[in-house]
Design a protein around this ligand. Structure first.
Ligand SMILES: [Zn+2]
Length: 308
């Protein structure tokens, strides 16, 4: 990806030297997910489109751990989206990480531009998420999380949480190398933010209550595949800007393959338990990522009804 020299997002919070503290966050417990006021207004065409597509709504499993299985994070309580008291971007990260941080900030900026445009075309205002860089462990409005659980998005505070050492794991442990594999990780989490803004996620959280674990897992798969498809939509627009390089999309698709539930389970335990899948198989993840990428249309990201 030809990212150098492009705009970097200001919405990075670098908490790497302050892990585990920092963000006060809300207390876990209630399943009330604040929806971005600006985007959550009634009667939005965008929302209507999604309702029509979906037929019914889903929310989201906030333990949205890319490739990590069920991380057990509970949705946050009242955490309002304005809690910026966590770390500021001091620019003082470890040198080895600085370039990666710049890359992440650039990818985040590209997602901001793309989703702002898509929302605008529907008469809506996109609200940028924050991206928190942490090291080891972090407290979010969704509770306490360890880096071992992988990157995640917390709907309670509208923040993406990323320990960049995950990228090394992606490369060395999962066999998913390449810059754009990393961009896909960020874009997938931002996809959950889009689901949060559009109300899909809160609906899912309502629905999954009282469900059996197997049923909830099936819903989770649909939500995760949609986040993959949204990542593909972002990649589509990024390609249109002429900044994708040869092999980029292949890197992302390979990452989607490597972190499919079946592939991960085979690797870690030697057999698969389909009822426990909560992110989708390798094939499903690749399919939906590719689908969003091909058309760039949200209407092609209807994972919420019909076969997946
Ligand atoms: Zn996810």
């Amino acid at each position: 990806m030809l990212w150098r020299g492009r705009r970097q997002s200001d919405n990075i919070e670098d908490d790497r030297s302050d892990s585990g503290g920092g963000l006060g966050g809300g207390s876990p417990g209630q399943f009330r997910i604040p929806i971005g006021g600006r985007a959550g207004g009634g009667g939005s065409i965008f929302l209507v489109i999604l309702v029509v597509l979906a037929g019914w709504y889903f929310g989201f499993d906030p333990s949205t751990i890319l490739g990590g299985g069920d991380g057990g994070l509970l949705p946050g309580g009242g955490g309002q989206i304005t809690d910026d008291s966590g770390g500021q971007d001091s620019g003082a990260g470890a040198p080895a990480n600085d370039e990666m941080k710049q890359f992440v900030a650039t990818v985040l900026a590209e997602t901001e531009d793309t989703w702002t445009g898509i929302f605008k075309s529907q008469g809506l205002t996109y609200e940028d998420p924050k991206l928190v860089l942490f090291s080891g462990q972090i407290r979010s409005a969704c509770g306490f999380a360890s880096a071992a659980a992988g990157p995640f998005y917390c709907p309670g505070d509208h923040k993406v949480y990323l320990d960049m050492t995950f990228f090394q794991q992606l490369d060395q442990q999962f066999g998913a190398s390449g810059e754009f594999a990393r961009a896909y990780v960020v874009a997938h989490e931002v996809g959950h933010h889009v689901q949060n803004l559009t109300g899909i996620m809160s609906k899912f959280n309502q629905m999954r209550q009282g469900m059996s674990e197997a049923d909830a897992n099936q819903l989770s798969v649909r939500i995760e595949l949609q986040a993959d498809c949204f990542a593909g939509v972002w990649a589509h627009y990024t390609a249109q800007k002429g900044i994708l390089e040869q092999g980029d999309m292949e890197s992302a698709l390979n990452a989607a393959k490597q972190i499919g539930d079946d592939t991960l389970q085979k690797k870690t335990q030697g057999y698969v338990v389909p009822e426990s899948f909560n992110h989708g198989t390798s094939q499903q993840r690749q399919t939906w990522l590719a689908r969003g990428y091909k058309s760039g249309k949200l209407s092609d990201c209807n994972t919420l009804s019909g076969p997946i």
